[in-house]
Ligand binder design. Structure first.
Ligand SMILES: Cc1cc2nc3c(=O)[nH]c(=O)nc-3n(C[C@H](O)[C@H](O)[C@H](O)COP(=O)(O)OP(=O)(O)OC[C@H]3O[C@@H](n4cnc5c(N)ncnc54)[C@H](O)[C@@H]3O)c2cc1C
Length: 387
C-alpha cells in the first residue's frame, strides 16, 4: 500500500497531535505515524501557560478536556533553603497557568489521518518529496516529515542531527497528593540544595501534583519510602501551608536537558522534545513544544496558501531561526536557576536577588510573560483566543 500526504508527522504525543490538528484546520492533508503499540503517556500533571492554552484551543484539544479536570494557579510562592522568598501573582484576567493530566491532551484522533506502523531504514528525499517505508511494506511520501517523536527521536537520529545533553544527575519523584488544607490556587515551590520541590494545585481544592527533584540516589530512596514516612518528609519540606499530605503512587523520572544542534534537515523538521528538553523546574517543556508546533504550522499554512513548497529549505531555516534562539534562552535560564539554588556559596547573592525581584512588580510581570511564551515573537495562534 502507498500513502501520500502534504505533511507526515512521526509521533502522537501532545506536540505531534497539536501540530496535526492545526494543519488540518488550515486545509492540509496530514498523516500521523503512530507506534503500533503506543506506550501509555507518563502520569504527569502539566502546567500549561496562557499562550500554550490558546494554541491547544486553536487545535481543538483544550475544549476536549472536561472543565472539572482543569486546575489553575494565580499565585506562586517560592522560597529557598535560607528562607529567602519570592512571590508571583497574576496581574490580569488570566491565571498564571492551568494544570491538567498529560493523558488528557492526547487527542482522540480521526482514524483516517493516523497510520500505525514501524518505519524501517532512513527516510529518503526523491523528486522534492520525502519517502519512508514501514515494516509491513507500506510506503509513505510527503513534502515534509516532522519529528514529534520525543526525546529519543528516531527521525532525528536517522537524519543525523546531533544533540547536546546535560545530565543533572537528578531524578524527579512525581505523585499527586490530597492535602489537609485547600491549595487556594497557590503553587508552592521550595528550592532545596538537592533540587526544587513543587506542589501544583489541581482541579480539586485539596489535591496537588508533587514534583520533587533531588539527587538521583536521594530521589530513588524517597520513592522507596513507606507512604507514611514519605508524607511526613513532604510535610517537613512544604511546611504547614498544606497540612499533612496523603500521597498517591510515586513515579521517578531522570532529569536532563537536551538540545538539538539544528531544528531541521532536508525535508525534516523537529518539534517538541525531539528538538529540546528542559529541566521541569519551571514547568515549561511542553509549553515550548507547543510554541514550536504553532510556529511551524503557521509557516506551513502560509506556504500552502501561496502554493509554495511547505518542505523548502528556506521555510525550515526560517523555522529554526524563529524557535531555536528563544528555546535556548529559556533552557539556559532554567539551567542557571537550578545551579543558583543548588549553590550554598551563592546563598547571599541569591537571597539579595530574590528580595530585589520580589519588590519589583514590573520585573516579575515581564518574567512571567517571557516564561509563559507571551514575549519573544509568539506565533499568531498563541496571541489570540480561539474563535
Ligand atoms: C517530571 C516532569 C514534569 C514535567 N512538567 C511539565 C510541566 O509542568 N509543564 C510543561 O510544559 N512540561 C512539563 N514537562 C515536559 C513535558 O512532559 C514534555 O515536554 C512533553 O510531554 C513533550 O511532548 P512531545 O509530544 O514533544 O513528546 P512525547 O510526549 O514524548 O511524545 C512523543 C510521541 O512519539 C511517539 N513515538 C516515539 N517514537 C516513535 C516513532 N518511531 N514513530 C512514531 N511515533 C513515535 C511516542 O509514543 C509518543 O507518543 C515535564 C516533564 C517531566 C519529566
Amino acid at each position: 500500500m502507498h500513502r501520500s500526504a502534504d505533511i507526515l508527522i512521526a509521533g502522537a504525543g501532545p506536540v505531534g497531535s497539536t501540530l496535526r490538528s492545526l494543519l488540518q484546520r488550515d486545509g492540509l492533508c496530514v498523516l500521523q505515524l503512530v507506534p503500533e503499540a503506543p506506550a501509555a503517556p507518563p502520569p504527569l500533571v502539566i502546567a500549561i501557560g496562557p499562550a500554550a492554552q490558546r494554541i491547544l484551543a486553536h487545535a481543538g484539544l483544550w475544549q476536549r478536556v472536561p472543565t472539572e479536570q482543569i486546575g489553575y494557579f494565580d499565585r506562586i510562592h517560592t522560597w529557598d533553603a535560607d528562607g529567602a522568598q519570592l512571590r508571583f501573582a497574576a496581574t490580569g484576567q488570566e491565571a498564571l497557568a492551568c494544570t491538567v493530566e498529560l493523558e488528557r491532551l492526547q487527542a482522540g484522533d480521526r482514524a483516517e489521518s493516523r497510520l500505525a506502523g514501524t518505519p524501517v531504514g532512513t527516510p529518503r528525499v526523491r523528486d522534492q518529496r520525502i519517502h519512508w517505508e514501514l515494516a509491513d511494506g507500506t510506503t509513505v511520501d510527503a513534502a515534509l516529515l516532522v519529528a514529534a517523536d520525543g526525546v529519543d527521536s528516531a527521525v532525528r537520529t536517522a537524519c543525523g542531527i546531533t544533540t547536546h545533553r546535560f545530565d543533572y544527575q537528578q531524578h524527579a519523584v512525581v505523585c499527586t497528593a490530597r492535602t489537609a488544607q485547600p491549595h487556594r490556587h497557590i503553587a508552592v515551590q521550595a528550592f532545596l540544595p538537592d533540587g526544587p520541590v513543587a506542589a501544583l494545585p489541581m482541579a480539586a481544592p485539596h489535591t496537588v501534583a508533587i514534583i520533587w527533584s533531588s539527587t538521583s540516589d536521594h530521589a530513588r530512596a524517597l520513592a522507596q519510602l513507606p507512604e507514611e514516612a514519605f508524607n511526613r518528609r513532604l510535610e517537613a519540606v512544604l511546611g504547614a501551608r498544606l497540612g499533612t499530605p496523603q500521597c498517591g503512587p510515586r513515579q521517578v523520572f531522570p532529569l536532563y536537558s537536551q538540545r538539538s544542534t539544528r531544528y531541521y534537515a532536508e525535508r525534516i523538521a523537529l518539534v517538541g522534545d525531539a528538538a529540546q528538553v528542559v529541566h521541569p523546574l519551571a514547568g515549561l517543556g511542553l509549553n515550548l513544544g507547543l510554541l514550536d508546533a504553532a510556529a511551524l504550522a503557521q509557516l506551513i499554512a502560509q506556504a500552502h496558501t501561496r502554493r509554495r513548497d511547505p518542505g523548502s529549505r528556506a521555510l525550515l531555516a526560517h523555522y529554526h531561526r524563529w524557535r531555536a534562539p528563544p528555546n535556548r534562552l529559556t533552557a539556559t535560564t532554567i539551567h542557571l536557576l537550578n545551579a543558583l539554588f543548588a549553590s550554598s556559596a551563592l546563598s547571599g547573592v541569591r537571597g539579595l536577588g530574590m528580595e530585589l525581584l520580589d519588590r519589583s512588580p514590573l520585573c516579575k510581570t515581564l518574567l512571567v510573560r517571557v516564561a509563559s511564551g507571551q514575549c519573544l515573537d509568539p506565533p499568531l495562534v498563541a496571541r489570540a483566543a480561539a474563535p
